[in-house]
Ligand binder design. Structure first.
Ligand code: ADP
Ligand code: MG
Length: 254
């Protein structure tokens, strides 16, 4: 059995005359972190949007577990096993940590047509949903904060909550858009450890600007500039790539 969970082929997204993503291909493997790096405006978030179904591609194809998911809605793609966290937070501030994760876990359920056993289905589903939410909270290190209001926890904990909400949908593939953004050193270190833990069960696409974290975590990197993947390879190969040095790493990772 192949461990390739997601394959994107020739993905392009045009906004009018701008090719925000231009003929990008990549694979995500279970137990591996694939980092996508590049300057602001390179097309990293747009690429994530094409994989998650938040945007339909202009052309190209996305396959998840061998199934062609191109053009599917984000909800359907989520139920197929792809979880996405966003660069901008998705948290409902007036609710507790637990409520946020529970709601995310619930979104995993497909709407059932009316059926006479629906009371039974909803009871068993509710247990499964609670279990998923509990596991997601424990895994993301928020067990002690489950009763806290989402706006009362620290910035780092809010990013952990984002991850917990993503995990609550029971994904096999995780797309994480700048999970370390705005974090202090200790928070960033905690997030790096969490991502290493998540790698054991998931295929991960990591969009991130923190180059220390990227090089500590990534098994494979793709470098995007102006919508194009200008290089793809191991961390060692990317570090020593002259074009990448000139286009991106030189300034940001001196
Ligand atoms: P990154 O995440 O690498 O910083 P983005 O994917 O957010 O880059 O943006 C890539 C380019 O596409 C930018 O020039 C941005 O302005 C443009 N862009 C992103 N989303 C849209 C949109 N919905 N409509 C028009 N242009 C967009
Ligand atoms: Mg972005």
């Amino acid at each position: 059995m192949s461990d390739t969970l997601l394959t994107a082929s020739g993905l392009t997204k045009r906004f009018g005359g701008l090719a925000a993503v231009n003929n990008v291909s990549l694979e995500l493997w279970r137990n591996r972190i694939h980092a996508v790096i590049g300057p602001n405006g390179a097309g990293k978030s747009t690429l994530a949007n094409l994989l998650s179904g938040d945007l339909p591609p202009t052309s190209g194809e996305v396959r998840l577990g061998g199934v062609d998911i191109t053009g599917w809605t984000p909800e359907r793609i989520s139920r197929q096993g792809l979880g996405r966290s966003y660069q901008k937070t998705n948290i409902f501030q007036p609710f507790t940590v637990w409520d946020n994760v529970r709601l995310a876990a619930q979104s995993r359920q497909a709407q059932q047509p009316w059926n006479p056993l629906s009371w039974w289905h909803s009871a068993t589903k509710s247990i499964a949903t609670n279990d998923r939410a509990t596991r997601a909270i424990e895994l993301s290190g928020l067990k002690d904060r489950r009763g806290a209001m989402a706006d009362a926890i620290s910035h780092g904990e809010q990013r952990q909550l984002e991850i917990a909400m993503t995990l609550a949908t029971a994904p096999q593939v995780l797309l994480l858009d700048e999970p370390l953004a705005g974090m202090g050193v200790a928070e960033a270190q905690r997030m790096v450890e969490l991502l290493l833990k998540l790698k054991k069960d998931h295929a991960i696409l990591l969009v991130e600007h923190d180059m220390d974290a990227v090089f500590a975590l990534a098994d494979h990197l793709t470098v995007m500039v102006n919508g194009q993947a200008i290089a793809s390879g191991t961390p060692a190969a990317i570090r020593s790539n002259a074009e990448v040095q000139a286009a991106y790493l030189g300034e940001e990772h001196a």
